[in-house]
Design a binder for this molecule. Structure first.
Ligand SMILES: [Zn+2]
Length: 217
């Protein structure tokens, strides 16, 4: 059975995990170093007041085990390019939903380096908008779209810019569904395409493989 790594157990990771579990998925590795804070509760809706101060990965693992009988591993760490290989070792697919742009590129690069199991969904949300992108063995990758991470000083985070709670619920759920589709080998609109969610609806931009991208080698 496929083990899915969830990078980030917050606003996107919680609804993504719930969607994956409802879709029948049972093997997870939860990668997150944060604890539950009061400001999280409006959008990370599986956590409640008694969970404040508890590690998110630990609490989400309990919920997935209790509710679904899931097999859940925990990695209390913040993923980056230096530890991605170790943290993702033994996983077959990744859903990246942290608030760290560099982690998204690290997950993409780990994924495209896998000879057979190249399956990742990379999601983000801020303000009233969100997006997700699915990488498969035959699709373009995140670097075909964004060659390199933006400079750190240009990055906004949810902690600074805020995010509308229901947006993370929608985008995380969509991202989880896209991963289920990819794992099942079914067609999905997000494979090799940037899906953007905003108050005006969904917008899909197909990303052609860049001929000089590392995913073509
Ligand atoms: Zn690429």
């Amino acid at each position: 059975m496929t083990r899915v790594a969830l990078v980030g157990c917050g606003g996107l990771g919680v609804p993504a995990a719930w969607t994956l579990a409802l879709g029948g998925h049972r093997q997870f590795r939860l990668i997150d170093a944060d604890v539950v804070e009061e400001s999280n509760l409006h959008r990370q809706v599986l956590y409640t007041t008694p969970d404040l101060g508890r590690p998110k990965a630990e609490r989400l693992a309990e919920i997935l085990r209790d509710r679904f009988g899931a097999d859940v591993q925990i990695a209390p760490a913040r993923l980056d390019e230096t530890n991605a290989a170790a943290l993702l070792d033994g996983c077959d697919a990744v859903l990246e939903g942290s608030d760290d742009a560099l982690a998204k590129f690290a997950v993409n690069d780990w994924s495209v380096a896998q000879p057979r199991n190249r399956t990742a969904v990379i999601a983000a949300a801020i303000g009233r908008r969100g997006q997700w992108f699915t990488v498969t063995p035959t699709s373009s990758c995140y670097r075909c779209l964004f060659e390199a991470p933006p400079p750190p000083e240009s990055l906004a985070t949810c902690a600074i810019a805020g995010v509308l709670g229901p947006v993370t619920g929608q985008v995380g759920g969509y991202a989880g569904r896209s991963l289920l589709q990819a794992l099942a080998g079914r067609p999905d609109a997000a494979i090799g395409a940037l899906m953007r969610f905003s108050p005006r609806g969904l917008l899909r931009t197909v990303v052609a493989p860049a001929h000089d991208c590392r995913c073509r080698n």
